[in-house]
Every structure is written in C-alpha cells, then in structure tokens.
Design a protein around this ligand. Sequence first.
Ligand code: AMP
Length: 284
Amino acid sequence: MECIKTINEVRSIVRKAKKEGKRIGLVPTMGYLHEGHLSLMRMAREKSDFVAVSIFVNPIQFGPNEDYESYPRNMKRDLRLCEDVGIDVVFAPEVPEMYPEELLTHVVVEKITDNLCGTFRPGHFTGVATVVSKLFNIIQPDIAVFGQKDYQQLVVIKRMVRDLNIPVEVIGAPTVREEDGLARSSRNSYLSYEERKVAPVLYQSLLKAKGMLDKGERNPDNIKKVMEVMISSKPYTSIQYISIANPCTLEDLEVIKDKALVALAVYVGKTRLIDNILWGYEDA
Ligand code: AMP
C-alpha cells in the first residue's frame, strides 16, 4: 500500500488502475481511524476493485472556535489500519497541496444545510462539499462510501452529486457503535473517563424515541421532551439540538407520518457529539 501526498502522483496511480479496468472506490476521512471508518473501507473493498482512502483534516470545514488545531491525528496508526483492511492507496495531502492559494470557488448546497448541524456550524457543509468535490475530481472514483452517522453530510453529498452530475455513486454505510451504544467517533477520544460513562445516553435517547414511535406516538414535541429529560438528567451534558425531521428535506416535522430522522447534537463536557437514527425504513 502506498501513502501519497501529492495530487499528481495519486492521479497517476489511480489512472493506471483505471486502465487495468478496475472500478475505483473512495473513502474520504479525516483520519484517527476507528471501526466506523474501517467498516466503510470494507464496504468499498466489496463494491470496487481498487480502494483509495483519503486522510485530510480539512481546515475549511471547521469554524473559528472549533477544534481544527486539536483534532486528533495519528498517521502511523492510520496507515497500519488501512494496510490491514487491504486499501490500495492512501491519499494524505498537506494543507498547501489542497489549498495552494486563496480558494475563490466553493460548492454551496442550499436548504438541506439550513437545519440540524447546519444551523450551528455555519459554512461547515460548504467546506465539506467543496473538499469532497475536490477529492472526487482528484481521484475520480466510481463509488464513494460515507457513514450514516453524519447523516446530513451524506444527504448533502448525494444532493451535490445529483445537482452537479458528478459521475460517482454515493453509498451510505450504517453507524458503527461501541458495545454500550455510543457511536464511534474520532472525537470520543476527547472524553474524560466520567464523560465517557454518560455519553451512551445519546443513543439511549434515540432508542427511546424509536420505542415511542413504534408504539404510535406521532407528536415530535412529546418525543423531544422525553429525550431532553433523559439527556439532561446526566451530568456534563448540554443539548445543542434534538430534531425530528423529514429524512429527505431535513426539515423539522410537525406531525410524524411514516418516516422520520431523529437526530441530535449534545455537548458532553467540551466535546460535541452527534448521532441519529432513521425510523420507518425496513433496514434501519
Ligand atoms: P470523519 O473522519 O469523521 O470525517 O469520517 C469519515 C467518514 O467516516 C464519514 O463518512 C463518516 O460519516 C464516517 N464515520 C464516522 N464515524 C462513523 C461511525 N461510527 N460509523 C460509520 N461511519 C462513520
């Protein structure tokens, strides 16, 4: 497995694989890899013949008061994990390789970025859509795998690809969790021992919402209230949002009909964690 830092080099390696008739898969990541990332890589492995993983902590998707500088990094360990999964090439550019000069062109996905995380992280999804479209142009994959854990991101990328006719099949992969239900995340490493103990309440509250929906509750406010009480009863927690939304438009639902996205962002100590579940889908 090669670890490549330049756009020219990775392009030529992928071009060679394409010439050999291989189907190219891409898994974009910010590194500090965990089992969630690895499941995406295995899915890409199954659905393509040559898998590229990008590892790039993308500065333009972080707000001024967010954790760009302190975001956890461990390239040596990441490369070992990629090698173990059977990745063909890792693309790990430095910031000047991706942004050599002031960026005057951005990809802005509207409306579906107004709610949920978009409300609290202005510019975040523009940063994500812009870097992902750059990665799509650099690697030119046939398929790309993204996690449902970042559900809004997945919807944004799918919409960008549709709107801009980018010839990539975007595949969503299920959320991988710790045994106690906490969604795997590179940011979990920020949690203290005490904070880590309360963090599973996010998923527990989502399961509670699912239980209420299964039993016929259709008023989002009633469900959100129960979730709020559950989460707030734990120390260190501070809710940023709880939303019950249309899974396609991501707009808050006034009445729940057949399908819903239940999503939340909660600070546990200083660490912002997100999670979600889909309700009303056969395989969700
Ligand atoms: P990140 O490195 O956090 O930018 O994540 C890279 C990719 O891994 C994104 O598509 C995420 O949605 C996905 N991902 C992160 N955590 C998980 C998880 N627990 N389960 C599944 N996919 C995940």
